[in-house]
Design a protein around this ligand. Structure first.
Ligand SMILES: Cc1ncc(COP(=O)(O)O)c(C=O)c1O
Length: 366
């Protein structure tokens, strides 16, 4: 059996280091807002070359608190894509703002900057690109539009930690960048965790307050906040994992390169690869094919798990029927989503396993 993803190998591979990290927190007996989180925030900011990182409870909260800090709320509009994790949309909706969808570039799966402007109204406050599958969106073009219309940019970099656009880390170019350390992410915690990064001291301070009931100091609440703290055990796991992220991303790239080489002559469309401007980190390896469901079943019948990210555009989910929108102006999103298939890809997979997936895919097309 080749699983789409398996998270336990990593624990057994590094058991001693991980146990030590957790034990350190238990022995210290300090579980919330302590030394581990301080270190993680410092090191994350340093690694991404930004001034501030603030740990929060999840990637969803990172986006929610980023938008709150920018005073996005009821009556405002946020422009994003419909081919994303529901979390992106939940986070926007948690602020009370409305979601406006823009179509994507067919090659990159990311928001198409050329189509953003016609979605801007008087209510628009933020453009929120998602760097999907670990591949950078065209942030320069997005920023240019934002500047022209005095809008803010919040980057959903949940899937793209370590990716670069023109040699700058994804998440660092908007007003605020948002990360998730959900266990399956390129840098995963062993539970929920997320972070917000920014170059703006004031925004970092506000998010620091918002994540802790809005406290400016003990029992003094400056603004209405929530509880969205990144706990010490998760922070200790992340402190252990952060220095390994580059290695894990390299490993993902090496495995992705096998897929790219082996699958190149088949009637499928391969995912976008790194070029002079964009360096992706292969959070997912997503192919496009017109017999998607048949191929998925064929692989499953031969012991290979795959997944679809995501099965439907957000507005087709029952939860978002109230939007009363059927994607009539998102032809690329609709087309691509019926063709996508995510193949197994995580650092602990072997070259042989990837080759086996390729062999079975080739036999399907024979
Ligand atoms: C694109 C995207 N945005 C946001 C999130 C939300 O992150 P979390 O699950 O940590 O809340 C995720 C991950 O699930 C994601 O993939």
């Amino acid at each position: 059996m080749i699983y789409f993803l398996s998270l336990k190998e990593r624990y057994f591979l590094y058991k001693k280091e991980i146990d030590n990290a957790i034990e350190g927190v238990l022995k210290r007996g300090w579980f919330i807002l302590g030394k581990e989180l301080e270190k993680f925030e410092r090191d994350l900011a340093k690694q991404l070359q930004v001034s501030y990182a603030v740990g929060v409870n999840s990637g969803t909260d990172a986006i929610f608190l980023a938008l709150k800090a920018l005073e996005v709320g009821t009556g405002d509009e946020v422009i994003t894509v419909a081919n994303t994790a529901t979390a992106t949309i939940s986070a926007i909706r948690m602020t009370g703002a409305d979601v406006v969808f823009a179509d994507i570039e067919e090659e990159s799966f990311n928001i198409n900057p050329e189509l953003i402007e016609k979605k801007i109204t008087k209510k628009t406050k933020v453009i929120l690109p998602v760097h999907l599958y670990g591949y950078p969106a065209n942030i320069d073009a997005i920023k240019k539009i934002a500047r022209k219309h005095t809008l803010k940019v919040v980057e959903d970099a949940a899937q793209a930690q370590g990716a670069k656009y023109k040699n700058r880390y994804v998440g660092t170019q908007g007003n605020i960048g948002c990360f998730s350390f959900y266990p399956t992410k390129n840098l995963g915690a062993f539970g929920d965790a997320g972070a917000v990064i920014t170059k703006n001291k004031r925004l970092a301070e506000i998010i620091r307050q918002l994540r802790n009931y809005g406290e400016i100091s003990k029992y003094v609440n400056s603004r209405e906040g929530v509880n969205s703290r990144l706990d010490e055990i998760q922070a200790a796991i992340l402190n252990w994992g952060l220095p390994k992220l580059r290695l894990w991303n390299k490993r993902r790239t090496a495995l992705a390169n096998i897929y790219l080489k082996e699958l190149k002559n088949l009637p499928i469309i391969l995912p976008p690869v790194s070029d002079k401007e964009r360096t992706g980190v292969w959070h997912l390896f997503v192919i496009r094919c017109n017999k998607r469901d048949r191929l998925k079943k064929y692989l499953r019948d031969r012991g290979i798990e795959t997944a679809v990210h995501y099965p439907k555009p957000i507005f087709e989910q029952a939860a978002y029927k109230f939007m009363n929108y059927c994607g009539e102006d998102l032809p690329v999103t609709s087309k691509v989503m019926s063709e996508i298939l995510s193949l197994p890809l995580y650092p602990e997979l072997s070259h042989q396993e990837i080759l086996e997936v390729c062999r079975v895919i080739k036999s399907f097309y024979k």
